[in-house]
Every structure is written in structure tokens, then in C-alpha cells.
Design a protein around this ligand. Structure first.
Ligand code: PMP
Length: 397
């Protein structure tokens, strides 16, 4: 019989020159386990998915509870289902007053599609503004917002009337005008290699959008759900978006996404002239049950309180001449090295030694450090010991 590794290489679309070829049979907490008892400490968390760790018992039991009730029902939204209703309420409790209307979808890209459509419908305008090195998804619409030309070139024509601004650059804000339906921004840019804008910039961006009547859409698909140390990253910038998108960490490992807005904005998606968005699996009851458990775990286990201290521990432990700098907001971290060539060797060695990390789509000289928020200080030390061993094998000073 062919091994899973052989089947993977033969039959699954190979999307990268560097498949990790890491076979995982089981994952629990911050660890993944291979078929021969290998153990890997996960510093990726599925890029901000497993914020509460793999297979958190409360997530598993919420899923099991819903499995005993029903899996899926849908008739264009008329059926009241308990899991999405409870989740929408719980999400609203985490958000500033007014930001309390949730449209559930199945992924991050779909949340972005919904947010773009909602902004166009509500404002009646067409221009969308995004940023250099932005990543908002891989569907044709979300790809149009992508801030890396190499990523888009072969798929043109994409959405018309999408313009890009320089990230964190105040003079560019003037380009947001009364023609602009929405400005879409990752509160912390993820695939750019963790780029944190200044508070002054975010406040000026908010003010400019308000002044010209453009909606501010914050994409917290990667940085939301506790990753940065506050439940939502935007809390740290003293601003409130008009539309918020989330996915990834939201489901505790299950597929789900959402775009969230105020009642008056979401109202424009009503059956007038047609439903604004339709999705068969959006807000799947099993995913919603898992998401509600995830939200409660983050709050009840006090995970947010320790995020900053855990990030500091990483920074202290990884003080090494081969690491040029560490950019972060909470446990969304990027450790910059000399080049991709060096980083790739370090990553491969770290994996052999039992620590899983990788690089960023638009920043391939930086190591991704985004463990489950549940990681303990001892586990951080273990991970850093191995990363330093791998660095010392490949970097001579
Ligand atoms: N926005 C951001 C900031 C992301 O990081 C991602 C996924 N990497 C997406 C959108 C797209 O999410 P999905 O892969 O679930 O479509």
C-alpha cells in the first residue's frame, strides 16, 4: 500500500516548491504528532487558526454536542438556528456598541467578498482602496485587493476601480475621496511579514474615511480572536471599523468566517433589489458551536492577559546576532533573518528537531512565530532552544 506521503505527492495539487512533507496523524494543544511518534511543537497554528490550541476539549465537546442535533439547514436565511444566533450575540458583546450585525460565511476570502459587496451596495460607490503587500484572500475579488503584483499578474483582468496606497503612509490618505466605497486594511498586516501601523496613522485613516463617507473595513482574519493580546487588534489603535472581517482563529479549527457591521449598513443587503449575498455553508451550525466555545475559552482561560508576556519571552530568548529584528503585536510575530536561503535551512533543521515554523508570502526572510495562545512559558523555552540550535548550525558569527 502506498503511504500517505506518496499519495500526497502523486494526487494532490502541489502548490509550493517546498512541501513540508510533514506527516501529522494527531494534534493536541501546541503539539502535532507523526505516525512514528515524532512530536512537533507548532509555531504556526495554521496561520492563526489554532489560537486555543489543537483539539481544545471544550471545542471538541461543543462540536460533539451539535453533531447530535443537526448538521446543516438552509433556506436563504429564514431558519432560526441556535448556534449562529448565540455566536452572533457573543461576538457583538466583544465589539463596540453598534457593531452588532453579523453575516456568517465559510472562509476569510468569502468574508472579504461580502465586505466589499456590502460597502459598494451601501455607499453606491465603486472604488475600493487597499494597500501594498496586503493579503485578503485568493478568490478573484479578494485577490484584486492583494498588494503584491506578482501574485495577481496572471489573473488579470481582476476587479476594476481598485487602487492601492502605501501602507502606514500619512500623505497617501488624501487619495481616499468621495468616490471611495471602502478602504480595506489588515489591522496588522500578516503576509507582509507582520507590519504594525502606527496608532497615529490608524486614527488619521479613520478620520479621513469618516470625512469623505468611505467605509473602513478592517480585516482581522489573521490578527483577530486574541492573536495580538486584545480580542480584536483594532482595540489597540483606538479606532472602530465600519465593517470587520474575521475567520481563521474564529472557528477553533473549524471553517467559518464573518463580516460584521452596523444594522443600518447591513440592512442594505436585504432583499432589495435582491439578496446581497448567498452562501450554502456560511455559518455552519457545527462551526458556529466550535466558534462560540473558542470565544468563551479565550475569555474564560484568561489567554489574552498572557499574550504580551509570552511574546516578550520569545523576544528575550531569541536575542541572537542572526536575528536582525522581531516585529510583532502580541503573538503575531516575525523574526527577520539575513535571507530566505538562511531562513529555509533554519526552518528545515528546526522541523527535524521538532519545531514547526515557516515564512510569509510577501516576506520570505522572516520566520513566522505564531503559536497557539495556550503555549506555556516552558514550551516557549523549548521551542527557542531548538530554534537557536538550528540557527547556530547555519549561521556563523
Ligand atoms: N485575510 C487575511 C489577513 C488572511 O491572512 C487570510 C488567509 N491567510 C485571508 C484573508 C483569506 O482567508 P481564507 O484563506 O480563509 O480564505
Amino acid at each position: 500500500m502506498l503511504s500517505a506521503r506518496q499519495l500526497f505527492l502523486q494526487h494532490q495539487a502541489q502548490t509550493t516548491d517546498f512541501p513540508l512533507l510533514l506527516e501529522v496523524e494527531r494534534a493536541e494543544g501546541v503539539f502535532m504528532y507523526g505516525p512514528n511518534g515524532e512530536r512537533y511543537l507548532d509555531l504556526i497554528s495554521g496561520i492563526g487558526v489554532s489560537n486555543v490550541g489543537h483539539r481544545h476539549p471544550k471545542v471538541i465537546s461543543a462540536i460533539q454536542g451539535q453533531l447530535d442535533k443537526y448538521l446543516h439547514l438552509m433556506v436563504y436565511g429564514e431558519i432560526v438556528q441556535t448556534p449562529p444566533a448565540r455566536l452572533a450575540h457573543a461576538l457583538a458583546q466583544t465589539l463596540p456598541a453598534g457593531l452588532d450585525n453579523v453575516y456568517f460565511v465559510s472562509s476569510g476570502s468569502e468574508a472579504i467578498e461580502g465586505a466589499m459587496k456590502l460597502a459598494k451596495r451601501f455607499t453606491g460607490r465603486t472604488e475600493l482602496i487597499a494597500f501594498d503587500k496586503a493579503y485578503h484572500g485568493s478568490t478573484q475579488g479578494s485577490l484584486s485587493l492583494n498588494g503584491a503584483e506578482s501574485f495577481k499578474r496572471s489573473f488579470r483582468p481582476l476587479l476594476p476601480d481598485v487602487n492601492h496606497l502605501e501602507h502606514n503612509h500619512l500623505p497617501d490618505l488624501e487619495k481616499i475621496t468621495r468616490r471611495t466605497a471602502a478602504v480595506i486594511l489588515e489591522t496588522v498586516q500578516g503576509e507582509a511579514g507582520v507590519r504594525v501601523p502606527s496608532k497615529a496613522y490608524m486614527q488619521a485613516l479613520r478620520a479621513r474615511c469618516t470625512k469623505v463617507g468611505a467605509l473602513l473595513v478592517l480585516d482581522e482574519i489573521q490578527c483577530g480572536f486574541g492573536r495580538t493580546g486584545t480580542f480584536w487588534a483594532f482595540e489597540q489603535f483606538g479606532i472602530v471599523p465600519d465593517i470587520l472581517t474575521c475567520a481563521k482563529g474564529m472557528g477553533g479549527g473549524m471553517p467559518i468566517g464573518a463580516f460584521i457591521s452596523r444594522q443600518e449598513i447591513m440592512h442594505s443587503f436585504k432583499n432589495d433589489p435582491m439578496l446581497g449575498h448567498i452562501t450554502t455553508f456560511g455559518g455552519h451550525p457545527v462551526s458556529c458551536a466550535a466558534s462560540l466555545a473558542t470565544l468563551q475559552i479565550i475569555q474564560e482561560e484568561g489567554l489574552l492577559e498572557q499574550v504580551t508576556a509570552k511574546a516578550e519571552r520569545f523576544k528575550q530568548r531569541l536575542a541572537h546576532p542572526a536575528i536582525k529584528s522581531i516585529r510583532n503585536l502580541g503573538l503575531m510575530m516575525a523574526a527577520e533573518m539575513e535571507s530566505f536561503e538562511v531562513l529555509k535551512k533554519v526552518i528545515d533543521t528546526a522541523i527535524l528537531k521538532g519545531v514547526l515554523t515557516d515564512w510569509f508570502l510577501f516576506c520570505d526572510n522572516s520566520m513566522r512565530l505564531a503559536p497557539p495562545l495556550t503555549i506555556t512559558f516552558e514550551e516557549i523555552d523549548q521551542a527557542c532552544d531548538i530554534l537557536l540550535e538550528a540557527i547556530d548550525e547555519h549561521c556563523r558569527f
